[in-house]
Design a protein around this ligand. Structure first.
Ligand code: KG4
Ligand code: ZN
Length: 366
């Protein structure tokens, strides 16, 4: 079976062709994966402007889909998988309406996909079926969540962020330091040249009023807003210490040290939670997916911790880390094989809950 995937939930218009194979080591093969990024448009505004995003998706979608089909040899496809949510509703609507129209006119079925199911299945696209149970950390600009995957297509949420997502924290800290949008790649690059112990930043630990009840729901949750505030406070103090005027950029060596220290704390917070949850869940593998999984230190430290714990660690290729349609095609195929079908009346949903499509139907898990 050949699937056309379509993704327009945020600032990337993407289409991909993915083929199914009867092979657990590599159940899906990416034939094409075209991404039209809108970063240059939103950069001028310091973040994503939803209305501009939706309008640009409309301009790009036809060409992106045509290109994905052509790159895969122009062969017909048997199924269309499209992101239904979560994301920016105007942007989601472009992809979903386009996918429904195409499915209707071509006479092929379509299946709506949850964006995070796409990120989770990007791991399988890259590394083959994961040894189960697995624990997967999804870290993106909009989400920071931990899932237990007890069976293929089943996602049980163990934790999520209470405030900012990790990618959002990167973007906000970059903005504060005058580094532009998106913040992840530039902080990652500067961090490599800084001293990661130079700035003392706190690692947030969420505790319950009853500290002896770690099994209470939410004990695996994350919080990044305190870290962001500490960075902001440090910048103000440092400016004062250097007698710089308000709003002046910090000297480059200070910025590099701050980026390195911030990155060390974010990565340690994420990986402590991932590996604690993996131990508790008796996981046979762990995965890190989503835009922030492109982070060089997160990838390196995850692999090192996995090696020390004797656990296989899956991370997607860089092209499958940030938003793309190949992962949506993969998750769509998984859902289709478990019986999911799109209805013509289905609507985009900015806060769609994640519903499992597997042998042991479970959910919803937001
Ligand atoms: O998954 P994604 O492409 O879009 C969402 O679903 O949100 O993730 C985008 C996020 C942005 O916040 C961006 O700053 C972050 O991923 N990101 C990174 C890196 N590359 C992208 N964060 C840290 N290090 C990176 N190298
Ligand atoms: Zn994403």
């Amino acid at each position: 079976m050949r699937v056309l995937g379509i993704e327009t939930s945020c600032d990337e218009t993407s289409a991909a062709i993915v083929e199914e194979r009867a092979d657990d080591l590599q159940p899906w093969v990416v034939r094409s994966n075209v991404v039209a990024s809108q970063i240059a448009i939103h950069q001028a505004w310091g973040g994503i402007v939803p209305e501009l995003s939706a309008r640009q998706h409309i301009r790009d979608i036809c060409g992106v889909v045509e290109r994905a089909v052509a790159d895969a040899g122009g062969l017909p496809y048997d199924l269309i998988a499209v992101t239904q949510g979560p994301g920016l509703v105007g942007s989601l609507l472009v992809g979903l309406s386009f996918a429904k129209s195409l499915a209707w006119s071509r006479g092929v079925p379509f299946v709506p996909v949850h964006h995070l199911a796409g990120h989770i299945e990007s791991l399988v696209l890259e590394g083959g079926e994961m040894p189960l149970p697995a624990v997967v950390l999804v870290v993106s600009g909009g989400h920071t969540s931990l899932y237990r995957v007890p069976a293929r297509g089943v996602y049980e949420r163990l934790g999520r962020t209470r405030d900012d997502a990790a990618g959002e924290a990167y973007d906000k800290v970059a903005k504060l330091l005058g580094l532009g949008y998106p913040g992840g790649p530039v902080i990652d690059r500067l961090a490599a040249e800084g001293n990661d112990r130079a700035v003392p930043l706190p690692k947030t630990r969420l505790t319950h009023p009853d500290r002896n009840a770690p099994e209470l729901p939410g004990h695996r949750d994350f919080s990044f807003s305190g870290l962001k505030t500490s960075v902001s406070r440090y910048v103000v103090q440092r400016r004062a210490a250097l007698s710089l005027p308000e709003d002046a950029p910090l000297p480059e060596p200070d910025v590099r040290d701050l980026c390195a220290s911030f990155q060390r704390v974010v990565v340690a917070t994420l990986l402590d939670a991932l590996f604690d949850a993996a131990r508790e869940a008796g996981a046979r593998s762990v995965g890190v997916a989503g835009g922030v999984s492109a982070n060089s230190r997160l990838r390196r430290d995850a692999l090192a911790r996995g090696a020390a714990a004797g656990l296989p660690v899956l991370v997607p290729a860089l092209s499958l880390s940030t938003d793309n349609a190949a992962m949506i095609a993969a998750a769509g195929l998984r859902a289709f094989r478990a019986g999911a079908r799109g209805e013509w009346g289905v609507n985009a949903d900015a806060s769609l809950p994640l519903i499992s499509h597997g042998p042991a139907e479970a959910g919803p898990h937001v």
